[in-house]
Ligand binder design. Structure first.
Ligand code: E4P
Length: 217
């Protein structure tokens, strides 16, 4: 499963990229606002740090407006994926852009029917928001399982990008279902490394090693 960081904070992205485990980045208008940076500038900087796809979201709601914004965004770098909302105009834009060889991430997906439409529109990525789905009393992971089943039934190439990830178990469940990608805030990716038994194991090994009085090298 590919790991994307869901952030527009360049320092956090550099930090994760240094682990060698980062496959891409997703941004959205709220994350750009949080960064306090100029949208085009920060996306360009991120696309220079990460080799994989960097999602940049349009804000127009009509097809022509989305196409105009996508034109600006896709010129930033070759690894930009244009993020469009799951609406009729969004999917029309998705079809036009992917037919032209541009990566498209269809965002704000909350149903299997919507995911089916995105695949038919040739989306590179579909982003079901599991955390926000859970928040309103639905089962976000059941949605991922349904989309996996449908995409496998028809061999759709659209990659399932699990979004709105809130904790490490979302990541594990997504991997068990066979999602292609997950995007999470850096804090959650760092939590994946942690286990209290790893920490206590290191502590006791180091205490015993100290007692041997030896050194390596
Ligand atoms: C996905 O691409 C979105 O940026 C993101 O995962 C939204 O997550 P949130 O529900 O935590 O805002």
């Amino acid at each position: 499963m590919k790991f994307f960081a869901d952030t527009a904070e360049i320092a956090e992205i550099r930090d994760l990229a240094a682990t060698g485990l980062l496959d891409g980045v997703t941004t959205n208008p709220s994350l750009i606002h949080k960064s306090g940076r100029d949208f085009l500038e920060v996306v360009k900087e991120i696309a220079g740090v990460v080799e994989g796809p960097v999602s940049a979201e349009v804000v127009a709601l009509d097809h022509q407006g989305m196409m105009r914004e996508a034109e600006v965004l896709r010129k930033i770098a070759d690894n930009i994926a244009i993020k469009v909302p799951l609406t009729e105009d969004g999917l029309k834009t998705c079809k036009a852009l992917t037919s032209d060889g541009t990566m498209v991430n269809v965002t704000l997906c909350f149903s299997a029917a919507q995911a089916l439409l995105a695949a038919k529109a040739g989306a590179t990525f579909i982003s079901p928001f599991v955390g926000r789905h859970d928040d309103v009393g639905f089962d976000g992971m059941a949605l991922i399982a349904d989309i996996r089943l449908i995409y496998d039934n028809y061999d759709y190439a659209t990659q399932i990008l699990v979004a709105s990830v809130r904790h490490p178990m979302h990541v594990v469940e997504a991997a068990k279902i066979g999602a292609d990608v997950m995007t999470a805030p850096p804090k959650i990716i760092h939590q994946l490394f942690k286990h209290p038994l790893t920490d206590s194991g290191i502590k006791s090994f180091l205490a015993d090693w100290e007692k041997t009085g030896q050194k390596i090298g």
